[in-house]
Each structure stands twice: as structure tokens, then as C-alpha cells.
Design a protein around this ligand. Structure first.
Ligand code: SF4
Length: 328
């Protein structure tokens, strides 16, 4: 690492420690479906033919499977980054019901990333949702037109303005073709839209798309450190690429609060999961929750306490035990 980056990380770490406890955690996205009816962003696996064929007929996840994710996540100490992916796949009434149940499981309001919502939809979600995320992906407008040809930024900006009673967040993918000069555009966007949170992702090249390389971890960390220094109180989440989580320490030292985009159930207890936990320690942060140890919980008893109907609870119990078996 060159001296410049090393100094930047030191400065970011100082700012972090002045504003947050020395903690890090895993933030989990709960996907409502694996399908996107837009499917034209050029970097996204949902734009590939293979994905469309495989998933168009089985787009929806079952309610029991979604709620099982939430129950497991709660007791493993994972925070919900947001509910995402079900817009136009589920009816809005169903989405509100899912948000209500997940918020009941977590005993707190949650975040959603469901595209541009109307004022009426925001109102319906408000008892269960504290924050909304706009999937901006990149703030360079020229680049945005190329990589997200059918997802204009303007409706998202309008949405963020209308979501006055909610906390607000955006997503930003590093490695799409932006340059360091674009950092000021990002800062303007965060400031103008009064954001409380941001999720950075490192581009993961997907076969059948024009992208072939992930950004260098140090370049990725540079964006995080710059953002941390400029916005000391902003919550910063960082996506990992599961094949190579060995730069977790770097991201946490750059001032990230949490890591995300790790297949935590699939890789529960794996060497990668252990590596992430040990890297939090190396970055001098206590890792909240666990990616490696199942807590001692009477799962059936906890599920029985929830207000869902009996049939749904029984389905969740069956699924939880299936997941736990796989995880052990
Ligand atoms: S990036 Fe989002 S909107 Fe674009 S194709 Fe992928 S899932 Fe759909």
C-alpha cells in the first residue's frame, strides 16, 4: 500500500472512532425474488439470458422462506440492510405484509430498497419501515446512461425528496468505469439528498456482460475512506465478493460500519466466514453477531411467539430446521 493511501486510511479510522463505537457487523439483504422486470443494467446478472430463462418462471420466494431468513438473521445478530427485489413481482399489499412481519421479527422498523415508491406506498410502509434506499449505482450521469439505460436517476432523486419522513440511503458500485474525479459528484449527491447511509459494492464481473474485472481493493477502499472523512456520521456498508473476502480488514479500516453481500447462510462457518470475523478483529472492531456459530435458541418457541397464522408458523419451523441442518 502506498503512503498516501495508508495516511488516508489512518485519517478515516480516526474519524470513524470519533463518531462510532469500535464495532462492525454483517448487514443482510433479504431478497423477495431473484427476478427483475427491468433486467437491462449492463453489469447485472439479471440482464443475462441464462438468468432470465432460469428465473422468470420461479420469480417469487415463498413467504415462509423470506421469514425464515429474517428469524435466522435476527438470532445470528445480523442486521437487515434492506428488503429488496420484489417490486412488481409481489402485489404492494403483499410487500407491506412482508415488511410488517419482518419488522415484527426484528422488533424494529426496517429498511427497503424497492425502486421508486409513490407517496401512498410510502405511507402504507411507514408503520414498519424507517429507511428507503435508492439504487443509484453510479453518480456519473454519462456513465449512468450507459450502464443503467432504463433506470433514470431523476425519478430516484424525486423519490428521495418525497420520502421526507424516512431515513435515506443509496447504492454505489465501484468499478463500473467511474474515476476518482467523480468523488465530488458522490459527495454532492449525498449532501443534496440528505443521506443517512450508503452501500458501496465492488463490481463483480458477471459472465455474458461486458465487464471482466473487479476493482482493485485499494481503489475500493479509497472511495470508502474519502467518504468516511467527508461524512463522519454517515453509515457506510460495503459489499464483499464472496470468492475473496480477504480485504475485509482494509474496508473496515477505511471507515466502513458493516459488510454485506456475503452469502452468509451458504458459507456459514466456512473458512471465508471465519476470515471475515478474524479480519474485523484485526481492524480493531468487535464483530457483532456471528457468521460461524449458531446460538442456542429454542427456535420453535421463538416462532410460536410471533403473530402469524399457525400454518405459516409451521412452514417457517420446517424451513428453519432445514437451514440449520445445512448450516451445521
Ligand atoms: S441492477 Fe437492479 S434494476 Fe438493474 S437489472 Fe439489476 S436488479 Fe434490475
Amino acid at each position: 500500500m502506498n503512503d498516501k493511501l495508508s495516511n488516508l486510511l489512518k485519517q478515516a479510522d480516526i474519524v470513524f472512532r470519533e463518531n462510532f463505537a469500535s464495532e462492525a457487523w454483517f448487514g443482510r439483504c433479504i431478497f423477495l425474488s431473484w427476478y427483475c422486470d427491468l433486467g437491462t443494467c449492463t453489469f447485472c446478472f439479471r440482464s443475462t439470458t441464462k438468468h432470465k430463462i432460469k428465473h422468470s418462471s420461479m420469480a417469487r420466494r415463498s413467504m415462509a422462506s423470506i421469514l425464515t431468513d429474517a428469524v435466522l438473521g435476527k438470532y445470528l445478530g445480523w442486521k437487515i440492510e434492506f428488503l429488496t427485489g420484489g417490486y412488481k413481482i409481489f402485489s404492494f399489499e403483499e410487500i407491506v405484509e412482508i415488511a410488517k412481519y419482518v419488522s415484527e421479527i426484528y422488533e424494529e422498523k426496517i429498511w427497503v430498497n424497492l425502486g421508486v415508491l409513490t407517496n401512498e406506498e410510502l405511507e402504507q410502509l411507514s408503520p414498519y419501515v424507517e429507511g428507503v434506499c435508492a439504487s443509484i449505482e453510479t453518480v456519473n450521469l454519462e456513465l449512468h446512461k450507459k450502464v443503467c439505460p432504463d433506470k433514470d436517476i431523476a425519478p430516484y432523486v424525486d423519490f428521495l425528496k418525497r420520502a421526507k419522513n424516512f431515513k435515506k440511503s443509496m447504492t454505489m458500485i465501484i468499478g463500473l468505469g467511474e474515476t476518482k474525479d467523480d468523488v465530488e459528484l458522490l459527495f454532492d449527491f449525498i449532501e443534496e439528498n440528505n443521506l443517512d447511509q450508503i452501500t458501496f459494492y465492488a463490481l463483480k464481473p458477471v459472465r455474458e456482460t461486458p465487464f471482466t474485472v473487479s476493482p482493485d481493493p485499494e481503489y475500493y477502499a479509497w472511495w470508502i475512506a474519502k467518504t468516511r472523512i467527508r461524512f463522519p456520521k454517515l453509515k457506510i456498508m460495503c459489499g464483499l465478493t464472496p470468492k475473496n473476502p480477504n480485504y475485509t480488514e482494509l474496508l473496515l479500516k477505511a471507515g466502513a460500519n458493516s459488510i454485506t453481500k456475503f452469502p452468509a447462510l451458504k458459507q456459514f462457518g466456512s473458512d471465508n466466514a471465519k476470515l471475515i470475523e478474524s479480519m474485523a478483529k484485526k481492524a480493531n472492531k468487535k464483530f457483532l453477531g456471528s457468521l460461524t456459530k449458531v446460538p442456542n435458541v429454542n427456535w420453535d418457541e421463538e416462532i410460536d411467539k410471533l403473530s402469524f397464522d399457525k400454518e405459516l408458523k409451521e412452514e417457517v419451523k420446517v424451513k428453519i430446521h432445514q437451514y440449520l441442518k445445512k448450516m451445521s
